[in-house]
Design a protein around this ligand. Structure first.
Ligand code: ATP
Length: 962
């Protein structure tokens, strides 16, 4: 949906689509979890996707019933759910002050219909249309509703009347097993598939007690008696008599144990529907006594034996076909059971009689093998169809109340759902025609319901422009030319017509109908009808024959000759009972075709439905395997389409499928006012102002109204912005209407609102982003400045600390160095002089000296390396200067230089070569070891280092020339 908006929206909105959609879904869906949504119309927006999701969520949560506006959707649980159908629950729904407020259930529908009858408001009569595909649960639902009425509509005052009512209810309920035994069969889609449609009229007296019922059936699938599809079965009753008959009955009916019948396929399959006793019991309650029952079963056994009669192909056309060897016994038994003459039966099956000419001369023509088979099948179908109708009439006579005793009724219509198979023929055409009729009825009713809701909200109905399925119905049943009329005409003309001819006639005569299609690629002659539930291809081959449903008069004549009491009743011989199948004159086709009969009964049914208040229950099969807890979306979707729910959704879409309460609307779209604060209201649909002027809003609404108006007035401007590149005329009308409590709008308006909202949000987001970034930037700047300040402070502190530590260390080193040097100086002077007692003036001694001398000594000690460096330097000082420096450094008495011999290096060389002193006084050789460590070792010559005082005394030859 939002993609459409996208065309107009900005790029960033497009990028955020998934997010937007999710948010919107949340907003529209509200806070309620999907499985708690009791009504599919509350799913917002009403789309197939949301409807499917809701149904799935509910099914998985074991919630099998969901409202869909005026329809109830019933999902087949495919498992027993006894608590859902207890008499207590029935009474609870019956006693509830507002049953529609309880959980959705078929009992709500039942109770609602019942209360409508009670209310006596016209139309008093009610109808409940239960539809759905085979196996969806229609029969189950109808049965449950009958039980419901048997419980709630049975509270007569006196004990006697209570007993009568109970008996009637029991009879009505007993009609089910009988009808199901004779009219239901095991098919691929349902083990207990109803092969007929039925309308059950539950009759109520003036005190709303159930006094009786009447059953009307439609289109029994009688071909099943003689022809069953692969893996399907015949009607249940045949299996019941074969499996449940007593020994005596077996003998009587010629049904020995293990007998094989070609019309009884898959007998090994055992179903719960095979219970013969239940059928017999029910028949008994309906007033069908045991001998009559026995008679019925005997006839049915006769039909089974008839099915074993097979003919061999005759080579000579003038000779009748011969019976197959095994078939002779079957013929005899069949004739015996049907109380027919064996010869007559054989002759009727093999020989056709033709009356011709003015004298109505009778000609006898042997039939081909295929014709013999057709006549045999036809005989069986004829008997079975008459038997079924007779049973229905017996049931009706048993359960139907005297017309004077009932005043209203509730009708239960259990009809076959829309059918579309690969090979569709007349049966599907009739079924789908019925569904089209019912859909039209449903749509009319649904529209009425919509109209009522709009009226309650103060809106005008004329907004919704919806085309119903009348065009399709005109194609099928219209006058003077339609598919039905053309098929009937082919039958009336009684001429040999080919399938291709019929196709051409239909195509040429109905070419203008938009609902008629044709697939040119198809080789088989066919035509396509575009039904509301989808296109269906019908093959024309055999259509006319099926419509004629020809019954050779010889067959009816044969059966009229039967001595069997039941067949005598079914095929009376009096002239009044002239069968419909017989031609009204030689060479004329039957007056009543299958289609015309069906059409007549359908019209009658619709007349009844039109005179009632309808209620709809759509049964849905969640999967075709009949498994519990399995929800196959594809299968459910096709059923929603077939039962018209999708159509309903489309109708909703044609109106205003989106409904948002004023409160929610203002909360979500209030921000649109920022988009066009001064939007003009001129373009906005007048209904808002009109409605508000007509009816003053309630108090709590009063505060919302100005906001609502403001928001709605922005719409035209918004519309203009998105239609700038398109048609500007589009912007002049906005399909939105403001109801009393809700705002009604179409999808496109919702998209528009969402688009505008996205724009405002985008702008706001940009604004927020900008402010935030600015704020962040400022903050970061401040932080940076603070950090720089902190860094500077810490660094200066660290530097100060470091310098302090260096200073302390330097002081310590200095003191240690001074101490050591003093000591070295002392030791050196002691060693050089070797005089301990005699004190040479100016010589450094460690003995106590006056403080001035000590200071001088200290200064010399400190400065002598400098002096030596100067004396040794290659440049600057020369010869005598050097010697002076050395003397000064070494504190040699300068007064007697002859005592010392100082040799300096050559002119161009640096340094002092040697210093020699003449011994002073007596020369003593000290044999004592020098107290200086390493005094006797020659340090590694290095031009830069002066490692100790002793070195001075050493030859510096190497040092100088090294
Ligand atoms: N409400 C239910 N609870 C439990 N089981 C159900 C319910 N509804 C249907 N079923 C099961 O589904 C099966 C088919 O249901 P049912 O015979 O009513 O289908 P249907 O629509 O009448 O089919 P058809 O058109 O072929 O007659 C039933 O036999 C039953 O087992």
């Amino acid at each position: 949906m939002l993609q459409q908006v996208n065309g107009h929206s900005s790029g960033s909105v497009a990028q955020n689509l998934p997010l937007l959609r999710e948010g919107l879904q949340e907003f529209l869906g509200g806070d309620t979890p999907l499985h708690q949504l009791d009504d599919l119309t509350k799913v917002n927006p009403v789309t197939l996707e949301t409807v499917l999701r809701c149904l799935q969520a509910r099914y998985m949560a074991d919630k099998f019933y969901t409202n869909a506006g005026c329809t109830l959707v019933a999902l087949n649980p495919f498992k027993p759910v006894p608590p859902l159908y207890t008499p207590e629950l029935m009474r609870e729904y019956h006693a509830a002050s507002q049953p529609q407020k309880l959980k959705p259930h078929i009992f709500t529908v039942g109770e609602q219909s019942y209360r409508n009858v009670k209310s006596l408001i016209e139309p008093v009569n009610q109808s409940i249309v239960v539809s759905g595909e085979s196996g969806a649960g229609k029969t189950w639902t109808s049965r449950c509703l009958m039980k419901f009425y048997a419980v709630v509509a049975a509270s007569p005052a006196s004990w006697e009347s209570h007993k009568i009512a109970e008996r009637i209810e029991q009879r009505i309920l007993n009609s089910n097993p009988v009808m199901e035994a004779f009219g239901n069969a095991c098919t691929l889609r349902n083990n207990n598939s109803s092969r007929f449609g039925k309308f059950i009229q539950l009759q109520m007296n003036s005190a709303q007690q159930m006094t009786g019922a009447a059953v009307q059936t439609y289109l029994l699938e009688k071909t099943r008696v003689a022809c069953q599809a692969t893996n399907e079965r015949n009607f249940h009753i045949f299996y019941q008599i074969c499996k449940g008959a007593s020994e005596d009955e077996r003998l009587q009916w010629h049904l020995p144990e293990g007998a094989v019948f070609s019309w009884l396929p898959n007998p090994e399959k055992t179903l719960e529907e095979d219970c013969f006793e239940v059928t017999r019991e029910a028949m008994l309650h309906l007033g069908i006594d045991t001998p009559t029952q026995s008679n019925i079963f005997k006839v049915l056994a006769g039909l089974l034996h008839l099915g074993n009669i097979w003919f061999a192909d005759s080579e000579d056309e003038t000779q009748p076909c011969q019976l197959m060897e095994d078939a002779k016994c079957s013929l005899r038994t069949s004739a015996l059971l049907l109380q027919l003459q064996e010869d007559l039966l054989l002759e009727t099956l093999r020989i056709r009689t033709i009356k011709a000419g003015k004298q109505q001369q009778v000609f006898r023509k042997p039939c081909s093998q295929a014709e013999c088979d057709t006549r045999r099948d036809c005989l069986a179908k004829l008997v079975y169809a008459r038997l079924f109708d007779w049973l229905v009439s017996v049931i009706n006579s048993s359960i139907c109340a005297d017309p004077d005793t009932w005043t209203a009724f509730i009708g239960l219509l259990d009809v076959y759902g829309f059918e579309s198979f690969p090979d569709n023929s007349l049966e599907q055409l009739c079924i789908n025609y019925a569904n089209e009729k019912l859909q039209q009825h449903f749509v009319a009713h649904y529209m009425r319901a919509q109209q009522e809701e709009y009226a309650v909200e103060g809106l005008e109905w004329s907004f919704v422009n919806y085309q119903d399925n009348q065009i399709c119905l005109d194609l099928i049943e219209g006058s003077p030319i339609s598919i039905c009329s053309l098929i009937n005409e082919e039958c009336r003309l009684n001429r040999p017509s080919s399938a291709a001819q019929l196709q051409t006639r239909i195509e040429s005569a109905l070419a203008g109908s938009p609902c008629l299609g044709h697939n040119k690629l198809s080789r088989e002659p066919s035509f396509i009808v575009m039904h509301f539930a989808g296109p269906v291809r019908y093959y024309t081959a055999g259509l006319v024959e099926k419509n004629k449903d020809p019954v050779p008069p010889e067959l009816t004549g044969l059966l009229q000759q039967s001595h069997d009491p039941l067949l005598t009743v079914l095929f009376p011989t009096n002239s009044k009972e002239k069968t419909q199948e017989e031609p009204s004159g030689q060479g004329r086709a039957p007056a009543l075709t299958v289609v015309s009969k069906f059409k007549a009964s359908l019209e009658q049914l619709l007349q009844v439905l039109h005179s009632t208040t309808p209620h709809y229950i759509r049964c849905i099969k969640p999967n075709s395997q009949g498994q519990a807890q399995t929800f196959l979306r594809e299968e459910v979707l096709s059923q929603l389409e077939a039962c018209g729910l999708v159509e309903t959704i489309h109708i909703s879409a044609a109106g205003f499928p989106i409904r948002i309460s004023h409160q929610n609307f203002v909360e979500r779209y209030g921000l649109l006012r920022r988009l066009h604060p001064h939007a003009s209201s001129s373009l906005y649909c007048q209904s808002v102002t009109k409605r508000t002027s007509e009816c003053p809003p309630p108090a709590e609404e009063a505060t919302l109204q100005p906001l609502l108006q403001d928001i709605l007035h922005t719409l035209p401007a918004l519309m203009q912005t998105v239609t700038t590149h398109n048609d500007p005329a589009e912007a002049t009308t906005v399909p939105v209407h403001c109801g009393r409590t809700k705002v009604f709008m179409t999808d496109s308006v919702l998209e528009l609102l969402e688009c505008g909202r996205a724009q405002v949000l985008e702008r706001s987001a940009r604004c927020i982003q900008y402010s935030w970034r600015r704020h962040q930037h400022r903050k970061q700047e401040l932080q940076r400045q603070a950090a720089t300040l902190l860094q500077a402070a810490v660094r200066s502190w660290l530097t100060r600390k470091h310098i302090q530590r260096l200073h302390t260390a330097a002081t310590v080193i200095k003191h240690a160095w001074q101490k050591w040097r003093t000591r070295m100086a002392f030791l050196a002077s002691k060693e050089l002089d070797g005089i301990e007692e005699k004190q040479t003036p100016g010589f450094v001694s460690c003995s106590p000296q006056p403080p001035a001398q000590t200071r001088l000594l200290g200064a010399i000690t400190r400065l002598w390396p400098l002096g030596l460096v100067l004396a040794n330097s290659g440049t600057g000082m020369r010869g005598f200067q050097r010697k002076l420096v050395v003397c000064a450094c070494l504190q040699l008495p300068s007064s007697s230089p002859s005592n010392y011999n100082i040799q300096t290096a050559q002119q161009d060389q640096a340094g002092v070569t040697s210093i020699r002193a003449l011994p002073q006084g007596s020369v003593k050789f000290h044999c004592r070891k020098s107290p200086l460590q390493y005094a006797d070792t020659c340090p590694e010559p290095s031009p830069c280092t002066v490692s100790g005082f002793n070195q001075i005394l050493l030859e510096r030859h190497k040092l100088i020339h090294g």
